[in-house]
Design a protein around this ligand. Sequence first.
Ligand code: SF4
Length: 354
Amino acid sequence: MTPPGALASVTGTVDLVDRTSRQVRYLRISLLDRCNYRCTYCMPDEPMEFGAREEVLRLEEVVSLAAAFARWGVQRVRLTGGEPTLRRGLVDLVGSLARLDAHTPSGLRPLEVVMTTNAERLAPMAAPLRQAGLRGLTISIDSLVPERFARITRRGNLHNVLSGIDAANAAGYEHLKLNTVAIKGFNDDELAELAMFAWSKGMTPRFIEQMPMSGGATFVPGEMMSAAQVRDAVARVVGSELVADDGQGVRGHGPASYWRVASGPWAGYRLGTIGALTENFCGTCNRLRVSATGQLHGCLARDETGDLRAALRGGRCGEVERVVKRVLATKRDAHAFGLDGHGGPRKAMMSIGG
Ligand code: SF4
């Protein structure tokens, strides 16, 4: 038995294959449930209740879990939030994670550590994070119009975000992506501008369909823009059709499908669309998520979880492995998102970092 207060040692083996034979290779870890933004489609417009500090996983617990999952076959860890740049000790955490080995079918290789951020605080951190071993960044921007940006984030400063992007470019990341939630009546008239902005910054733009999280409270059916509508809107402005692309070189472990501009001034440039509602990709799902409070989520769109924090802190040997096996054995085939906003989980997007 592990001494009281000490972490349970996770030494067992888990075959990271779920109930429908999908292999897990990708772990998303939320570092905190707090954010410096209040994006309208992510957070309901009400005072947020955040978990007590001691409920949040300690950094050494995050490393212990990531080390176990890397040993079991996870090849990429994505750090999310809330907003991960708000987490103290982030640079050291990245350093610890980047020193881990992923056990892959073709042998050991460095665990790939990437992060999703709103980049509001990124400018001074981009270089230290890169030097610590962070390999890729995904930056969320839903509008390049300062007034719109302020309206949808309720607190954001576009200028700071653009400075963060320039700092990330200067720091020499392996890949930079720009994520945009496409919303009818809000940014549907600037999607091509967002794509061209990303291309001009050496980034890969990806457009995301809204998902009915928070029990549908933040989802407005009429505002949901499908992946196909996004591609049409961009094609109209760049003056060329978009053709399917294998995403070689940009495709990570995520669900995006990739498209290439066929002709014209932007010929060859690529973008991604993430169409959870209209272009379901659950059949190839390869990921699990750990919330900031150590709850293991088999699926973004479902509320069932396993308590890794209790297993870690409880000290019982093999308990973490049992929790992971249980979540894999009960993971649902697919989400139940409906275009009418029903079928989503009660949890908010910001509690699990997308
Ligand atoms: S909705 Fe759930 S099952 Fe579908 S891809 Fe996302 S996490 Fe996987």
